[in-house]
Design a protein around this ligand. Sequence first.
Ligand code: HSE
Length: 438
Amino acid sequence: MGIKIGILGLGTVGAGTVQLLLDNVGRHPLLKEVEICRVGVKSLDKPRTVELPVGIITTDLEAIVTDPQIDIIVELIGGIDRARELILKAIANGKHVVTANKAVISRFGAEIFTAANQAGVYVMLEAAVGGGIPVIQPLKQSLSVNRINTVMGIVNGTTNYILTRMQTEGSSFDDVLADAQQLGYAEADPTADVEGWDAADKIAILASLAFGGRINRDEVFSEGIRQVSKTDISYADKLGFVIKLLAIAKRCSPVSPSSTPTLSVRVHPTFVPKTHPLASINGVYNAILVEGEPLGQVMFFGPGAGAGATASAVSSDILNLVAHLKSRQNSDTNSHLDPLLACSHQDYCQIAPVSELEARFYARFLTRDQSGVIGKLGTCFGKYGVSLESVVQTGFQGELAEIVVVTHDVQEGKFKQALDEIRTFEAIHSIPSLLRVI
Ligand code: HSE
């Protein structure tokens, strides 16, 4: 008996998934067991790139998630409220769910996984982070014997494309964004990508899996790339760095058997040393670096979006579920949920506020060209315990001198206090840039 699936959404990823499932020669033999029963769309009039038998496509998405024949619902409509509602309804009707929806999982994962565990069904989300890169299953399975200390990555292709072009062409953010929109690498409304919200959704999911606890999405700090200027990219280059939008989840507390860890979970443009493994990830590509004990570092790299890549991740989840359902069909017992496929975290991780974290910073000052300015900066930083790694004055912006500093590790709160005092100095015109360094 085949495994019947209902797909919600026939956009780029939906069409890619249908195409992959229908063209199953040379792929895993279990894919032949998949039967696409219903496909839900917004409008029947839209031209489609995939051919499906008549009668399969419907605009009645409710009918799909409640259809007693269907075993697996594949949610690919995106958005938040409607997707959440349909996922919960599918679970309530005993269906397993495959979704690519990071926005829903990062915000409503606790509700969805609680419902799924009670209903005895799986919710699979390989495509929600890193597009085609397999990182969710590795974190749940192959890497789960490690004590993970850090997960960090470039998980947004749009911003990586923009920053890469700014770096290679010396262009401004606004010019590259406009071009990226024309070429289809950035959405007409690019807010979620350029403000770092999409990356924040993704790191919340990765952190939850890596550190074995729930993450409150509202506590994930995010700063986008709008304020990254070509001047900063050029200084970064001279100082031996590239600027990347990094999503970082790091353990801040020692490993303890009795409590969920305290973490730092954040997204921000970051000075990355050119020798760092993430520095060479360019264009729309994504990469996720996981550091654990005893493994050390492992990096996942590949296409973070696109029809084929994301369809690969969606279909791998479908395949996992098909394998599970077939083995159930072939055994007499109604087995319990496999803990390596399910998600059963109960407790929330503590998230440390960024102001309490230690980090290195890059700051760019525009100052009046007077004697003693660098000395005054140094004295003020010293007063707040901020130790400087380098101070450079190379350029001028009109009449104003440009001074760039890179700090050693400092507490963010102390660094900001020093900057507040520096802003009051008569010689200081402005502090146009402030970026974190790893
Ligand atoms: N907007 C996302 C990106 C697509 O640019 O990476 C995949 O989530």
